[in-house]
Design a protein around this ligand. Sequence first.
Ligand SMILES: *Cc1c(COP(=O)(O)O)cnc(C)c1O
Length: 388
Amino acid sequence: MNMVKNKKRIYLSSPHMSDNEQAYIKDAFDTNWIAPLGPNVDAFEKELASHVGVKDAAAVSSGTAAIHLALRLLDVQAGDKVFCSSLTFVASANPIVYLGAEPVFIDSEPETWNMSPKALERALSDAAKEGKLPKAVIVVNLYGQSAQIDEILSVCEHYDVPVIEDAAESLGSRYKGKASGTFGKFGIYSFNGNKIITTSGGGMLVSNDVEALTKARFLATQARDPAPHYQHSEVGYNYRMSNILAGVGRAQLEVLEDRVEARRSIFERYYQELAYIPGIYFMPELEHTRSNRWLTTLTIEEKEAGLSVESLLQSLAEENIEARPVWKPLHMQPLFEGAAYYSHSESEHVSEQLFKTGICLPSGSNMTEEDQMRVIDCVKNSLRVIKV
Ligand SMILES: *Cc1c(COP(=O)(O)O)cnc(C)c1O
């Protein structure tokens, strides 16, 4: 299969620059605001906060750093419990481990693929009985899809447990008209290279608690006490975003809505071309929400479609097309062996099923229609080949 080399690679989700990044970078150079911090950082924070409708935002070096800071602000300590969606990227849960706390994983529900409110309710009820409620619940909005936020917030309010919304994949999405990432006590976004907008690497912590974000900035700059000399009373981090990267972020934020439109159109085309095929089921979109459709994802019922996810991934790879299985649930990861886990119901392990049958198709906003037709043809051809 040497054909691979002759065909242009189609990436899952590659960076898509506007034309404006260079202007902000040049400004940083012209004024010698290279590092640390600077006017682009302040402006990026204000612009993002205003875009999503929160009081404040703190620009940091990654989405993971933002989660770590949120957990610190909620006073998560060694031995504490933190609940987290199981079907997600490992970065959602790694900061729990950084703090020596214990993750408890919550399964998905079928409507959104995100945290099951039913499983969460059982987990919180058990924790309350044990007298050891979690310090936080990290709820993830997978692939741009909003979780069942109202249900989750209401269970968490009942037990008085704060919510951190991991909106790394859902910047630009809306739930009942309000921006994804703005529902919990804290929200986090990621500007990693494959996200809907990117600073090459970076993240943002958002909240309506301005005081907490002031503390976040303090922790993110080595927790330096106000004193003429270097004095420190608690552990800090080197987590702030540089003024150059914030310039890239400002230009990217200007085109966020275009990027959402582009990814939604890509989803629409996949849907038009493939949804009729028996055994192929696209990730639904929860009512009263608008997903950014960061990645188009679907499940393949092998018996109906006559094709497994593994063989489709193989066929796509042979065409030099990058596709991925859905995240492997964290409760199945060797790293988290022995961690507590609550399934959707006694018999339904929704995240495990999604892992077995799910696939993410290339969805970058800079994909051409021609690129996309290559992916679609490959899917169709794989189905035909298997069926003959
Ligand atoms: C990308 C991602 C993160 C981490 O963001 P980084 O900026 O790469 O640290 C966290 N959670 C989810 C769900 C992600 O997809």
